[in-house]
Design a protein around this ligand. Structure first.
Ligand SMILES: Cc1cc2nc3c(=O)[nH]c(=O)nc-3n(C[C@H](O)[C@H](O)[C@H](O)COP(=O)(O)O)c2cc1C
Length: 220
């Protein structure tokens, strides 16, 4: 696999990861995993779900944006982004996040709260492999410098990259994955025959709960 020619792409040297790679604190409870299996597409499904990811900035103010859910497992939820992005700067200072996955039907909502740690390197490689050609190109070309160019020049750079490399590109150095390890997981379900209902799993709130997770039924 050949990478882009030097000089063609602007600098991709991003900040070094400062967070330790660590194992997930606790695996998800089996019934939450069963719900995720029923609710979310498998990781090899090319139709990736989107989620809204909330972070906290240096002043404690919330921020939010949409990202693709690259993968999920009993360890948590993985997304990928640019190491130079605002969200990565925020996560380097404060690992707390919240995320929402809304089912396209609007009848199901998954909300998770937890901490985002660097994703395992294998997850980074696999997610890039599974991105579409256009999404891979975005990972290389969606830079601050490119954003300053007039539209025609951006389109020309885009086309030139496609012609030179097609989809045969490795991830740029700035390709950066995060694993969200949840400590609270809330499944909201509409019910045409009654009120909507939530099932919530909380980590560490009950000593006797299996694996440290306790389950609660909520209104709303
Ligand atoms: C449907 C959709 C999917 C997106 N997927 C991603 C993604 O997987 N990764 C990403 O970094 N940005 C993605 N974006 C762009 C982000 O929403 C956001 O604009 C960008 O990451 C910059 O965010 P930040 O400045 O808060 O870091 C997506 C946007 C949309 C509308």
């Amino acid at each position: 696999m050949s990478g882009p020619e030097p000089g063609r792409i602007r600098s991709v040297a991003g900040p070094k990861r400062t967070l330790p790679r660590e194992a997930p604190a606790r695996p998800l409870p089996p019934d939450a995993l069963a719900l995720l299996t029923a609710w979310l597409p498998q990781d090899d499904d090319p139709d990736r779900p989107v989620m809204q990811l909330a972070t906290v900035d240096a002043d404690g103010a919330p921020d939010v944006r949409t990202v693709l859910l690259s993968a999920w497992s009993e360890a948590g939820f993985v997304f990928h982004t640019d190491a130079r992005s605002r969200k990565v700067q925020q996560l380097t200072a404060d690992v707390r996040v919240a995320l929402v996955v809304l089912h396209p039907s609007g009848s199901r909502q998954l909300v998770a709260r937890g901490r985002a740690v660097p994703a395992p390197a294998e997850a980074d490689a696999l997610a890039f492999e599974r991105r579409t050609e256009s999404q891979r190109r975005l990972a290389w070309l969606n830079t601050l410098e490119m954003a300053q160019l007039p539209p025609e020049q951006r389109a020309a750079e885009w086309a030139a990259f496609a012609e030179a490399h097609g989809s045969d590109v490795p991830p740029p150095e700035t390709w950066s994955g995060r694993l969200v390890q949840p400590d609270r997981l809330t499944f909201w379900q509409a019910d045409p025959a009654g009120p909507s209902h939530r099932v919530e799993y909380r980590l560490g709130s009950s000593a006797e709960a299996a694996g440290g997770w306790s389950m609660h039924h909520l209104a709303g």
